[in-house]
Design a protein. Structure first.
Length: 302
């Protein structure tokens, strides 16, 4: 049963920090606080409960609570899996937090929270089907349909980063190994980490994708070539999404999404890979930046 409250609390649980935001019914921010993440399960529950209590001290009723995590709750066992906050794996986080807070708690993958945030009142507001991509150290994605998470029957909806890079060239095939155990995952090419790895393999020196883009703007040939390869790989990867899901809009987040040249160059390349060679899918930058995940967690209650 859906919980009804005029206030919503969203929590972004990460490996280094826990962030909480409280929103009113219109999405206006009422309270925000960030604390270091205790690297132990019970201490993490305590920290979240304390943050919720602090946020609600200034509200006149209990808020709904949603939590974004870097993993998922298995629909089969009810336990967290695949989280890089390893101390929450194997635990029923939603149930344990619900007992602490004396209310139901919704937990979703942080990339899905990102997609929901941008679908509800962000860069994709008003769109029915939103594919939200986070391109940072890794490469995650989430799906929002009518402003709600589409997690799928296995709880892994949107995990495009762990499919193989489409239409690989001879030099790309069997060239990378992903932490998931497979080879040539999209994440190993399209993440910020993969972008930098590729540039360095070609003889370049850079610490981030943003730095490579700045070098490209300054006329560096190696950086330009690396960026063109990155755009081509991103286009191939998103073309598969469009061929299967055909979202109304694709929203990019994460550090790499701040490279403005992506939005100028990507659309034309997408059309060369989408079936029928015709593609007008909008690809846009996120509206809320690093706040999108925590806001999306708050919107899990609709």
């Amino acid at each position: 049963m859906e919980q009804r409250s005029k206030f919503r609390i969203g929590i972004d649980l990460g490996g280094t920090k826990i962030e909480l935001v409280a929103l009113d019914a219109g999405g206006a921010e009422l309270f925000r606080k960030r604390i270091p993440t205790p690297r132990e399960y019970v201490a993490t529950l305590d920290a979240i409960a304390s943050l919720v209590g602090e946020a609600e001290a200034g509200l006149d009723e209990k808020a709904s609570v949603g939590v974004g995590i870097p993993g998922v709750i298995s629909p089969f066992t009810g336990l967290v899996k695949n989280a890089n906050c390893t101390w929450i794996n194997g635990h029923p986080l939603d149930r344990d937090l619900g007992e602490r807070l004396q209310r139901p708690v919704k937990v979703a993958n942080d990339a899905n929270c990102f997609a929901v945030s941008e679908a509800v009142d962000g860069a994709a507001a008003g769109k029915s089907v939103v594919f939200g991509v986070i391109i940072g150290t890794g490469c995650g994605a989430g799906i929002a349909i009518n402003g709600r998470v589409h997690g799928g029957g296995n709880g892994i909806g949107g995990e495009w980063g762990h499919n193989p890079l489409p239409w690989m060239t001879a030099d790309e095939f069997n060239s990378t190994r992903c932490f998931c155990g497979n080879q040539d995952c999209i994440e190993t090419f399209v993440s910020g980490t993969g972008f930098v790895r590729d540039f360095r393999a070609a003889g370049g020196v850079a610490a981030s994708g943003i730095e490579i883009a700045e070098m490209m703007q300054a006329g560096d040939e190696l950086a330009t070539q690396a960026f063109n390869r990155f755009i081509d790989r991103l286009a191939r990867s998103l073309a598969h999404v469009i061929n299967m899901l055909d979202p109304d809009v694709i929203v990019l987040g994460g550090g790499v999404s701040n490279i403005k040249a992506i939005y100028r160059q990507l659309p034309a390349v997408l059309s060369t890979y989408v079936v029928g060679r015709e593609c007008h899918t909008q690809v846009v930058a996120n509206l809320y930046g690093s706040s999108s995940g925590v806001r999306g967690a708050a919107w899990l209650w609709g």
